[in-house]
Design a protein around this ligand. Structure first.
Ligand code: SF4
Ligand code: SF4
Length: 435
């Protein structure tokens, strides 16, 4: 039986999102435990593969969590389209675990939407599922808890314009280049999106290192629409200028916004309107404090807006500035779900068609990763909270799973060496290990 102290000691964090330390989430009792197996980003498959091929360890982790938080109900939210997996889980899980078939829409994996879909409970804007007595964990996080050892590997789907799309378990700290090479890119001139095609970000360099939260490495031709749009989205000046000149206030971004449909006050079209009356780049406005409730799903920019503008980035810019200035929202936090919420969900098929992803469709089968890296770069911040402090020195020998960084009593996650090796470099940001 694993304890909260061991989950902390093993450096286990949410593997599907921002990397929130799991020991904190599991420290309070809760009524309903939900497994987020939605994997709603197109082209990603690693969670489905873990459920299929690592079922025993996943279920061990799940049962340990149910015990730790004393949950009375457990629901696994998974896409109904995976019929085989659905049946597989039905066969393997205890009868009291509910397996909930989700429709194939984006963003079904958003925690607030998942809570609503599976329980009918609406989390108020700005609140967490805990306020509805619900706790959500991702598939890989539960797998890591089931393993009962320090987190030193990461499951990643490598997809897009590659010969062998695949899901692999790789050592943390390996370079993007080495992981992508295993899937064999179809060209040498490509851009890489880290994470999913909707919420991911452009990789600055192929020398970047895999962390505890890297979920996907998607390769696209340099002139692919996603690479072009992600590049423009990085420039606040361009996002503002394009929005000012082209938004016709059709409000499709708001009509299809998943959080707005749930009854939260977020209205991206009004943020776009306010671009007209602000400096260039956009000056944050407390009048649009409802942007604090944007979940950054990027649906409005990449799919809903018929003119391919950047309402999500306008909302996110405003949200970041308000958070920095500690400005709070003062209006009503919640109305009620839109009567047409079930008819306005955005199918993943539509996302794939709009973003030219259909030609990269794959099943991301789990394959053995045979390449042995010569060097690992272990980042000291792979989680929410304080960075870890190195506890090793240059020249020191380390063994696999040995602790090399600690957060002490701060919120954060301990860091361990994935392989035997020698410490070659120690900085404030990372530790390099020659294996
Ligand atoms: S959908 Fe596009 S054009 Fe329409 S209001 Fe939103 S940003 Fe403007
Ligand atoms: S990114 Fe756009 S669609 Fe998504 S929550 Fe924010 S405003 Fe709504």
């Amino acid at each position: 039986m694993i304890s909260i102290a061991e989950i902390k000691e093993f450096g286990i964090v949410g593997a599907g999102g921002a990397g929130f330390p799991s020991y904190v989430k599991l420290s309070s009792p809760v009524e309903i435990f939900i497994v987020n197996a939605a994997e709603c980003e197109p082209l990603l498959h690693k969670d489905k593969e873990i459920l299929l091929h690592k079922t025993e360890v996943f279920l061990k982790g799940l049962n340990e969590c149910i015990r730790l938080v004393g949950a009375k109900r457990c629901i696994i939210g998974i896409k109904g389209k995976y019929e085989n997996l659905f049946q597989h889980l039905k066969t393997c899980c205890d009868a009291q675990i509910e397996i909930f078939p989700l429709n194939d829409y984006y963003p079904a994996g958003d925690e607030i939407l998942l809570t609503y879909e599976t329980t009918g409970r609406v989390v108020e804007a700005g609140r967490l599922p805990g306020t509805q007595n619900v706790l959500i964990h991702n598939v890989e996080t539960l797998y890591n808890i089931g393993k009962e050892e320090p987190v030193t590997t990461k499951f990643i789907t490598v997809g897009g314009d590659v010969k062998n799309p695949m899901s692999v378990e790789v050592p943390i700290g390996i370079s993007f280049r080495e992981v992508i090479d295993a899937a064999v890119p179809n060209s040498t001139d490509f851009g890489v999106i880290v994470g999913g095609p909707m919420m991911g970000c452009l990789a600055d360099s192929l020398d970047e290192a895999v962390t505890k939260t890297t979920g996907g490495l998607l390769v696209f031709p340099r002139d692919h629409i996603l690479i072009r749009r992600f590049k423009t989205a990085e420039s606040a000046k361009d996002v503002t200028a394009i929005g000012k000149s082209a938004c016709d206030q059709c409000s499709m971004c708001t009509e299809l916004c998943p959080r707005n449909l749930l009854g939260h006050p977020i209205q991206p079209h009004t943020v776009m309107r306010s671009l007209l009356f602000s400096a260039d780049p956009f000056e944050a406005s407390a009048l649009a404090a409802h942007t604090l409730f944007c979940c950054e799903c990027n649906l409005c920019s990449l799919v809903s807006c018929p003119e391919d503008l950047y309402p999500a980035q306008a909302c996110i810019m405003n949200k970041r500035a308000l958070m920095k200035d500690k400005v709070a929202y003062k209006g009503e936090a919640y109305n009620k779900p839109h009567p047409l919420i079930d008819y306005r969900k955005t199918p993943v098929k539509k996302v794939m068609a709009k973003l030219d992803l259909v030609r990269f469709k794959n099943h991301g089968p789990l394959v053995d990763f045979k390449h042995r890296p010569k060097q690992l770069k272990i980042m000291l911040t792979q989680h929410i909270g304080a960075p870890a402090e190195p506890v090793v020195q240059i020249g020191e020998g380390v063994t696999a799973r040995q602790k090399i960084g600690t957060v002490g009593k701060n919120l954060g996650a301990e860091i361990h060496s994935p392989m035997d090796g020698i410490v070659a470099e120690v900085t404030e940001r990372y530790i390099v290990i020659e294996t």
